[in-house]
Every structure is written in structure tokens, then in C-alpha cells.
Write a protein that binds this ligand. Sequence first.
Ligand SMILES: Nc1ncnc2c1ncn2[C@@H]1O[C@H](COP(=O)(O)OP(=O)(O)OP(=O)(O)O)[C@@H](O)[C@H]1O
Length: 243
Amino acid sequence: MMSSSPAVSVRDLRVVRGGREVLHGLSFDVPLGSVVGLLGPSGCGKTTLMRALVGVQVVRSGAVTVLGEEAGSRGLRRRVGYATQTPAVYADLSVAENMRYFASVLGAPRGDVARVIDEVGLGKHRDQVVSTLSGGQLNRVNLAVALLGTPELLVLDEPTVGLDPVLRQELWELFRELADRGTTLVVSSHVMDEAGRTDRLLLMREGRILADGSPEALRSRTGAADLEEAFLQLINERAESPA
Ligand SMILES: Nc1ncnc2c1ncn2[C@@H]1O[C@H](COP(=O)(O)OP(=O)(O)OP(=O)(O)O)[C@@H](O)[C@H]1O
């Protein structure tokens, strides 16, 4: 186990957007088969970091290695699944038609269409036109596309936004099952109660990683009762001892 290389390795990553540096030299590794939560307030750089992982973000400097290859390499196209925050599916096609279309574009097996629809709990809506779905259902269609082809790394940008607690729980159970089968997941959220379901948390603030560790380690390090409090405590610590 010790010799297995990480699923993701980021070294001194700096990104400039709109003339301003928004990631200030991030470094971290993500072990294979783990669920990593990317948490932090709106605008802290979660989406930018995810874009760098999937190779669609121009970076100023640093290295991003994914499954042993440079992020964005052609060889990674089918090995990495990405669900953006804004759903990128066809509104005038049904759920199943969207899946069939994306499965053929991605070269995923046809059997994947039924599997991913089932995994995101949209079986009853498979023939419904996407424009008539609720916001939460639409998010799940978007997630289903990322699951096609069983990618080894899934990068999911706030996949549970707009979902009720029951659905959120079901999705986190799915993420855990996928990780148990060897998939690595990087999942962003700004909901602290989801953080406890991860193996590892990267707490971000203003383009920096404030803390990197298991939820238990973060709780015990800060002595906080919950992760929300732990996060606030880390911010205060940082404010008192400027780096
Ligand atoms: N196209 C852009 N041009 C200029 N600045 C941008 C652009 N996109 C993002 N930014 C800035 O980069 C910073 C990081 O944004 P990013 O979208 O990565 O944050 P986030 O943590 O994902 O936020 P949210 O949780 O609200 O989605 C923000 O300050 C944002 O204003």
C-alpha cells in the first residue's frame, strides 16, 4: 500500500484569474480510493482548483499530476469524470437520451446508461425531458454524466446543492460505495455537515489550504465540537499567527 502513488498530486499550484492570483501555491496529495472534501466559503477557489485537476484551467505555475499523468493529458480523458456546478446537459432531451448521447461521445458501454440513471435515483424520470425536471433532479442528471464509463477519478463541484437531506445522504452513500470499489472522489461543498462523511478534508480559504486532514483529526486538533466550529477556530488561529 505504501508504494501506491497518489491519485492526485498538487505542488505549489498558483492560478491567476482576471489579473488576480486566486490560488496562492497549493500543495497536497489525494490517496487512491478516498473521498476528499473540498470545503470553504464562496469564492475561496474550490472551482478553480477543480478546473486545474481536470486540466481546463490555465495555471501560472506549479504541477498537477492526476493518475500518474499531467492534468489534462489526452490519456486522462476517459479516466476522469467532472461534474461542473452548472449542469451541462441538453434541456430538450430526456434523461435517458442525454445519457445515451454522452455515453456514445465518451465511448462508455451502453449498459452504463441504465446503471448511472439508477445510481443517481432517477429511474422514475428516465424518459422525462430535462427542461421539466426540478433543480435537484437536474443536478443528478449532471452527476450521472460524470459517472459514465466508471472513471477512476471523479471531480464533483457541489453535487448536492439543492437536494433534500434524504437525497444528500443517498448520494454520499453512493460516493462511499464508489470509493470502496477503488474510485477516488474529490467533492466540493460549502455545507459543513457533509464534511464528516469524507476521509479527508481540505479546508480552503482565500486561495489557501487552511487545514488538511481527516474530520476526526481536525476536530481533535481544535478541540471543537463540530467541524463548523473547528473551521472557525482554524481561521482565528491563522489570524493570530500570520504566516
Ligand atoms: N473568469 C474569472 N475571471 C476573474 N475572476 C474569476 C473568474 N472566475 C473566478 N474568479 C475569481 O476567482 C476566485 C475563486 O473563484 P472560484 O469560483 O474558484 O471559487 P469557489 O470557491 O468555487 O466559489 P463558489 O463556492 O461560490 O463556487 C474568486 O475570487 C472569483 O471571483
